[in-house]
Ligand binder design. Structure first.
Ligand code: TRP
Length: 325
């Protein structure tokens, strides 16, 4: 089970980090992937963009290979049982613990005028999402580890107080090490918020992709045979490894070692390989976005699947608590 915040415009880092993991998991497990629209209300009280954002995140994930026939792909707000479980879990959640959450403290700093209780209990709602399906494996990045720890705490408190209903959920990843997609400006990873020119979005047009790739920093090239690569050059090779053919990669590696590399040619090659990688995904995203009936159908089918699992869990929960009169 995992949740995806509908904050729009996925980039290459999301693709090689999260989505590829989801697409692989759908072959091996019973999966629930949910668009966390309720979570977005904690920080985005203005809901005018909500529908477009939900549609976009659905279209992007489907275009990348998530198959709504294989998984339950649904919207959090469509499964009302989430709200009920959230309420019960709130009685097991201590405010003192929640106040220490790193993401909460960040939000308080960024937005001192909107410190609402929903923000404080963000990890409780996320725990409800996971426990609703009694999920064990949660494909998320490092930034969500503290939230998962809350989920395990609530599982243990619930099971101890009312009787065993839930398994403990843990972060899940196929690769020991998550694939890091370097930013085009040579500083850190690609990111939605940092430098837009250094991030390749799945929605970027061909010309934008070319422009961004051609702007990456290079230098005069090596002058000593087999010298180590500076970080920003290593990054270009790293990006090439993701989208270019092996022979192409090998050629530029050899050129580098021989001091005959021409970075202009290398970037041109990378730009074309990026375009060839991103363009079909982008076109698919746009086709899906233009098909509202399809998106509605996906969400309805997803909600039906999610509710079957949610209803079964909530029956056990109410019985365990003693709400069965
Ligand atoms: N908090 C997650 C994020 O910021 C999104 C999320 C909501 C989630 N509910 C979840 C992730 C349940 C995993 C499981 O990305």
């Amino acid at each position: 089970m995992s949740g995806i915040r509908p904050t729009g415009f996925l980039h290459l880092g999301n693709y090689f980090g999260a989505i590829r993991n989801y697409v692989k998991m759908q072959e091996d497990f019973d999966c629930y992937f949910m668009v966390a629209d309720l979570h977005s209300l904690t920080t985005h009280p203005d809901t005018k963009q909500l529908k477009a954002n939900v549609h976009r995140v659905l279209a992007e994930n489907i275009a990348c290979g998530l198959d709504p026939d294989k998984v339950a792909l649904y919207c959090q707000s469509h499964v009302y049982e989430t709200a009920e479980l959230y309420l019960y879990l709130n009685m097991l959640a201590y405010t003192g613990e929640l106040e220490k959450t790193v993401t909460f403290k960040d939000k308080v700093r960024q937005n001192p005028d909107n410190i609402n209780a929903g923000l404080l209990t963000y990890p409780v709602l996320m725990s409800a999402d996971i426990l609703l399906h009694r999920a064990r494996y949660v494909p998320v990045g490092k930034d969500q580890e503290q939230h998962l720890e809350f989920a395990r705490t609530y599982v243990n408190r619930f099971n101890h107080r009312y009787g065993v209903v839930f398994p403990e959920p843990y972060a899940f990843n196929y690769n020991q090490e998550l694939v890091k997609v370097p930013s085009l400006d040579g500083s850190g990873k690609m990111s939605k918020s940092e430098n837009q020119m250094a991030t390749l979005f799945l929605a970027d047009e061909d010309e934008v992709i070319r422009k961004k790739v051609m702007k990456t920093k290079t230098d005069q090239g090596p002058t000593i045979l087999n010298s180590p690569k500076p970080d920003y050059i290593e990054n270009i090779f790293g990006l090439m490894k993701l989208v270019s053919a092996e022979e192409v990669m090998a050629k530029f590696e050899t050129d580098y070692d021989n001091c005959t590399i021409r970075y202009g040619d290398m970037k041109k090659q990378l730009a074309e390989d990026m375009v060839n990688f991103i363009a079909p995904i982008r076109n698919k995203i746009n086709a899906i976005l233009n098909d509202e009936p399809f998106l509605k159908d996906v969400m309805e089918k997803g909600a039906v699947k999610a509710r079957i699992s949610a209803k079964a869990t909530m029956k056990l929960v109410r019985e365990a608590i003693g709400l069965n009169y």
